[in-house]
Ligand binder design. Structure first.
Ligand code: NAP
Length: 509
């Protein structure tokens, strides 16, 4: 590594990771395993865990089996259920951070306010700070954006929302100080989060009105407690848990074909429909719950208790569109005012507009947001032409509709480490993808997605960005992504030579 010049007061590190959730912790562990110690994790919260720290709503749990939704290098024999609840996942991440000795790399309460590439000095300057401290600057050869795709909640643009006088909060920022007992509660949204918390809060509240805009396709989750003997087996013979993970991986890989072949999708639709019919007895309610788009177009939801919960006497499913929110409740287009003491927004996230994108400034002084123009794209979902030594985990087109995104993150981490190694072995200062290689990669993804259910299934979803492009999903199996991404084609990158006389002065050694 060349020595970097840095203004006084600036910290100098080899690498900055932005975000201390699943991806950031995974990156940090693998950096250490590769012998790289000179890095920090800038985390805006007071603790690690990312979305699994922030999403603490009742019933929050993984909707992919936990033995697959965990690091391959850190199996956890102690998962209590096949789909572990949020506190266990949060604690798993804390344990990983502790056991792999990366806690000391965290700098908490650091909201990143900018990251600018300096083409002369050949480094990034990352600025960060919290409300009550002065801004800190970090000089780094490389930046890994691990800020998560589903970390910033959307507050819907419903007229009058700011005038509401009851308690209103988003599921991703659950207000645990609000006691829902015997309250009239309104829930807006019927996505993955809402169908998890509705069955939990239903028994406590006086009344629950669920405002459904689009019915979701739901399959049974088949969540079960992991028996003690199996945990003991996993501890005694770790290979058995690896085999179970491999079996789950293979089973989920087979599901991806349903997103490309209508006949297979129809079979899954039939399964979802019979599940709903077996659970819902009232034909009027059934009618409201049948989606009018192909299964998989939106994320397929899994639940064992949602349909049961919405048939309880204190629950009603409102399918009239919302017109406005008034100080005391929600007004639907039929003019009815639905009084509510509490409104819970289960309205999701917007992964196609990452809040950091306007703050990341590349070689030609343009931000990621300016380059993307509302449609994020990247080479291997990880690097962007014009942004040297800048990497994204869970970047564009790396989400999945059929399996665990942790598998994608690990493949991307391999990619990052390979680029870093190549930088060393080539004696280069920086690398960014060749624009043609990036264009071809994105065109390959677009072509594959064009006829898929995600794009052509007749729905709107958070997979699509504001230009209508699917900039969120990887179109194939995880195996193909791993094979494509894990090894670096050096010809697909531009390698910037080191400048002849690197400055030797650094602020803090
Ligand atoms: P979501 O799936 O995007 O659902 C948002 C819901 O809010 C939808 O039903 C949407 O209706 C509705 N909505 C949004 N704006 C509205 C408005 N203005 N008026 C009325 N309804 C409105 O969000 P989410 O449930 O938070 O889940 C997001 C993603 O997070 C999931 O797809 C999943 O990937 C992830 N997640 C994962 C887990 C896990 O276990 N691993 C758990 C929860 C969430 P429309 O469908 O009509 O837009």
């Amino acid at each position: 590594m060349p020595t970097m010049a840095a203004p006084a007061g600036t910290h100098v590190v080899r690498l900055v990771i932005i975000g201390g959730g699943f991806s950031g912790i995974g990156m940090a562990i693998r950096l250490r395993q590769a012998g790289i110690e000179d890095f920090v994790i800038l985390e805006r919260g007071h603790d690690s865990g990312g979305t699994w720290r922030d999403n603490s709503y009742p019933g929050c749990a993984c909707d992919v089996q936990s033995s697959l939704y965990s690091f391959s290098f850190a199996p956890n024999p102690a998962w209590s259920r096949s789909f572990a609840p949020q506190p266990e996942i949060r604690d798993y991440l804390r344990t990983c951070a502790r056991d792999f000795d990366i806690d000391r790399h965290f700098v908490f309460d650091q909201t990143v306010t900018g990251a600018v590439w300096d083409d002369v000095a050949q480094h990034w300057t990352v600025t960060a700070g919290s409300a009550d401290t002065t801004t800190t600057a970090w000089c780094a050869h490389a930046v890994v954006m691990a800020s998560g795709a589903l970390s910033d909640p959307i507050l819907p643009a419903i007229p009058g929302i700011e005038d509401y006088t009851g308690n209103l909060f988003h599921s991703a920022r659950w207000n645990h100080h609000v006691d829902l007992s015997r309250k009239r509660v309104a829930v807006i949204g019927t996505g993955a989060s809402a169908i998890q918390f509705i069955p939990e809060i239903q028994p406590r509240v006086a009344s629950l009105e669920i405002f459904q805009r689009t019915p979701p396709w739901i399959l049974p989750r088949h969540d079960t407690a992991v028996p003690e003997w199996r945990k003991a087996l996993y501890r005694a013979l770790p290979l058995t848990q690896r085999l179970q993970r491999a079996a789950l991986y293979a089973m989920r890989e087979s599901l991806v074909h349903a997103f490309h072949h209508r006949a297979l999708a129809r079979a899954v639709e039939w399964r979802a429909r019979t599940f709903m019919e077996s659970q819902i007895s009232d034909p009027v309610l059934r009618e409201k719950l049948v989606p009018d788009y192909q299964i998989g177009c939106k994320r397929i939801l899994v639940s064992d208790d949602y349909y049961r919960a919405i048939q309880r006497p204190n629950v009603s499913l409102v399918t009239e569109r919302i017109r406005a929110i008034q100080p005391t409740g929600i007004v639907t287009v039929d003019g009815a005012l639905h009084h509510a003491d509490v409104v819970v927004l289960g309205t999701g996230f917007r992964p196609t507009d990452p809040p950091l994108a306007p703050l990341i400034i590349g070689r030609d002084r343009r931000s990621l947001a300016e380059v993307w123009q509302g449609s994020p794209n990247a080479y291997m979902g990880t690097t962007v032409a014009g942004f040297p030594n800048f990497f994204m985990l869970l970047g564009p087109n790396t989400a999945l509709g059929h399996s665990s995104v942790m598998l994608m993150v690990e493949a991307q981490i391999d990619h990052v480490l390979s680029v870093l190694q190549l930088l060393e072995s080539r004696g280069a200062a920086a690398a960014d993808p060749d624009p043609t290689a990036q264009r071809e990669y994105v065109a390959m993804i677009d072509a594959r997605l064009a006829t898929s259910t995600w794009n052509a299934g007749g729905c709107s979803s958070w997979y699509l960005d504001r230009t209508g492009r699917n900039s969120t999903l990887w179109p194939d199996g995880v195996g193909r992504f791993r094979r494509t991404v894990s090894h670096v084609n050096a010809d697909a990158y531009r390698w910037l030579p080191r400048r002849a006389s690197p400055a030797l002065v650094t602020a803090n050694g």
